[in-house]
Write a protein that binds this ligand. Structure first.
Ligand code: FEO
Length: 176
């Protein structure tokens, strides 16, 4: 059984994951209007992943006798300065999500709730991957600078990456 305090903190995390999904969805939609199909495919996929992070938390809270509450939709920004600004925002946002996950892990240890502690390890690993990927992309965009040709190839690379991720997920769903 979850303590009321942990239940409240996990619900805050549900809200944050839900907002991440909305935020990346807004970025995806903006990128699509800029003709950046690869960037938008990558971001639509990222938005879907955040929704799954939210869902996984809701189900866990409910399984442990709490109530996973669906959060209110907050409107994210509509336009963005550049592709580089988008990925810098993602990196900053993911770093703040990591900090929140760390607070949660800390709270589970204080309460000796080892089940929730164990559950959160998935989020700890996920955050390492997400931060590393965002950092890698920001570094690439710094190298590209204002080179339009470079941005064209970058967009194509992200499209390939998204197609591969989608194909892997489909393969995982198929019965063995
Ligand atoms: Fe679910 Fe990117 O944090």
């Amino acid at each position: 059984m979850l303590s009321p305090q942990l239940s409240k903190s996990l619900n805050k995390q549900i809200e944050l994951e839900g907002f991440s999904s909305q935020y990346y969805l807004a970025m995806a939609s903006w990128a699509e209007t800029q003709g950046l199909n690869g960037v938008s495919a990558f971001l639509y996929h990222h938005s879907d992943e955040e929704r799954l992070h939210m869902l996984k938390l809701i189900k866990f809270v409910n399984e442990r006798g709490g109530h996973g509450v669906v959060p209110t939709l907050k409107q994210p920004p509509v336009t963005f300065k550049s592709v580089k600004a988008v990925f810098e925002e993602i990196l900053k946002h993911e770093m703040s999500v990591t900090a929140e996950i760390n607070h949660l892990v800390d709270a589970t240890l204080k309460e000796k709730d080892y089940t929730t502690h164990n559950f959160l390890q998935w989020y700890v690993s996920e955050q390492i991957e997400e931060e590393a990927l965002a950092r890698q992309i920001v570094d690439k965009l710094k190298l590209i600078g204002s080179d339009k040709g470079g941005l064209y190839f970058f967009d194509r690379d992200l499209e390939t990456m998204s197609n591969e991720a989608a194909a892997n997920e489909q393969a995982k769903k198929k019965p063995q």
